[in-house]
Design a protein around this ligand. Sequence first.
Ligand SMILES: [Zn+2]
Length: 246
Amino acid sequence: MLTSGTLLVAQTDKVRLALDKLVVAYPDLLAGHDAEALHWRDGTVMPVSDDTSSNTLSELLRHASVVDQFRIPYPHGPLEKPPIAGADPGRFRNTAFFTKMYGHCQKGEVLPRLVSFAWLPKTWGKPIRITSVNHVDEHLRAVSAEIDALPEKIKHAAYPVAGTYNCRAVVDTGQPSPHSYGIAIDLNTAHADYWYWQPHAGPITYRNRMPQEIVAIFEKHGFIWGGKWYHYDTMHFEFRPELLVE
Ligand SMILES: [Zn+2]
């Protein structure tokens, strides 16, 4: 039987598991955590609340806590069926956490941390810009080298790149886009499917033409894929290693 005590333990476990994953995923910036706060290496103590006041999808997309970020597990491996309604693992982002980590683009804090490198140097070779925080640039460079070695008919979904850094908000939430932190990349729009391009009436019909080989390479290096979202965005990848920690 579940008692309120059991629920409290379950709640505490959920918070601890979430904070453990964050500390494992971001060792450069996070030193550890206690039951109530994340401890950053610069000495900042960031209290983490797991109040359940945000429960609707639209509230969670705007006001997620760092614990809420883990509410919907990110599925490992190839998708077996389209995501169920409302399942957008990774779209809950705590703005304070990501802004602390990568900077606020409108205050000019993100730009100085961006580095440029040639995407798919053997195939396309144009420069793209991505943050160097958390070594995201090195992880993306490894992704680029592996995709570059794929057969042309597969890797064509990965170029030309549609965009990386962009100081803007997410279209349907108004919150800072992961592109505004310099942690996201959009691949070839000609091979992409995006829920927002669909007629807005009626349920969303899932579509995808992104090769699984490309998805698997990104995930191996700490990037999640927007093709695993009900609000699918199949050209979109973003550095979210906390969601890939086993
Ligand atoms: Zn994107």
